[in-house]
Write a protein that binds this ligand. Structure first.
Ligand code: ADP
Ligand code: MG
Length: 310
């Protein structure tokens, strides 16, 4: 197969591993920097231009779009979808996953366990919002934060109110969430590929930090997950419409609660903690699924589907 890896930095561990895994399985894989692509929308046949050439002949695209460039990156991916190229994750699913509120609404509709979460635009009634979230301590989150930046723990009503007002002052929407204290600064990340959880790790925050993000100095190790946790991860991936994702959950007194679903999960932490060849499993998944998309192309079926999806 001919695979395109949409990413900005080819030297990142995850991207190196994906290239390695694809080549080891006999595929051709090209790195395409999505920010250097031009999208030709007016042409009869949708095209993506890159370094003076039109990109053609791809069987699948692996999107690894950074959160700060979601808008343009998903537009490039969508253009490939218009060209009937199989996307490992669809552009619309990636956009969904980048908005924490939208994600939680979808997860909640599917009955996935979530921490009590309140979203409000007006900040004049911060006390009411805090009360609805179960009272302090509460977690306050930016809608589009990543890597633990933009997640704040407010221990008292006074600090929670002033944080909510501060974000309101700079016109930034936030989620206010029940603090799952019993998780003790640990969370579980399940790597989902297709219909399977292929690897799971437990992440622990740096001493004194309630955030378990590896980017914030947390550590990780392999963990055995319960049946309920496995089912929750798969349900969450399904609700988001993501084939490959990292589902993050907390072990609460009421069972697993999902915090977020990451559509471009980093591979370094999870592969090193679990010794699972996640990159290989991703390529294997594409081998099984991209061909199906290609045979459907003949009747023009999948192009119609792509239009509906957008
Ligand atoms: P980000 O997208 O920045 O990673 P998350 O929502 O995943 O934001 O939160 C970052 C970390 O903060 C989580 O991995 C978890 O350890 C901790 N955390 C987030 N929400 C809660 C919560 N409601 N209760 C307890 N800890 C939380
Ligand atoms: Mg997170």
């Amino acid at each position: 197969m001919k695979i395109g890896l949409l990413c900005r930095n080819p030297d990142l561990y995850s991207h190196r591993r994906i290239v390695e895994a694809a080549e080891a399985r006999g595929h051709e894989i090209d790195i395409i920097d999505h920010l250097r692509c031009y999208i030709d929308i007016a042409a009869n046949d949708p095209e993506v231009h890159y370094r003076g050439e039109s990109l053609t002949g791809y069987d699948a695209i692996i999107p690894r779009i950074g959160a700060s460039v979601t808008f343009f990156g998903t537009a490039v991916l969508r253009q490939f979808e218009m060209m009937d190229v199989y996307p490992l994750n669809e552009s619309v699913a990636i956009s969904r996953s980048r908005d924490k509120l939208r994600s939680m609404q979808l997860l909640s509709r599917e009955g996935v366990g979530l921490p009590v979460t309140v979203f409000a635009h007006r900040t004049s009634h911060a006390d009411e919002v805090i009360r609805l979230a179960g009272g302090t301590p509460v977690i306050i989150k930016l809608l589009e934060g990543t890597q633990g930046i933009g997640v704040v723990l407010a221990e008292t009503d006074k600090s929670a109110e002033s944080i909510i007002q501060a974000f309101g002052g700079v016109k930034t929407d936030v989620l206010v969430q029940q603090f799952v204290e019993e998780a003790k600064g640990e969370d579980i990340r399940c790597l989902v590929v297709g219909e399977k959880v292929v690897a799971s790790m437990i992440r622990r925050g740096k001493e004194g930090d309630f955030r378990s993000n590896l980017h914030r100095g947390g550590s990780a190790e392999a963990v055995r997950i319960s049946r309920e946790e496995r089912a929750t991860a798969l349900k969450a991936a399904n609700a988001m419409g993501l084939n490959v994702c990292g589902v993050d959950m907390l072990r609460s007194d009421n069972g697993p609660v999902v915090m977020e679903v990451n559509s471009s999960p980093g591979l370094e932490g999870v592969e090193k903690a679990t010794n699972v060849d996640v990159a290989g499993k991703i390529i294997e998944f594409i081998e099984k699924n991209a061909r199906v998309g290609r045979t459907q192309t003949k009747g023009g079926k999948s192009r119609r589907r792509a239009r509906r999806r957008a």
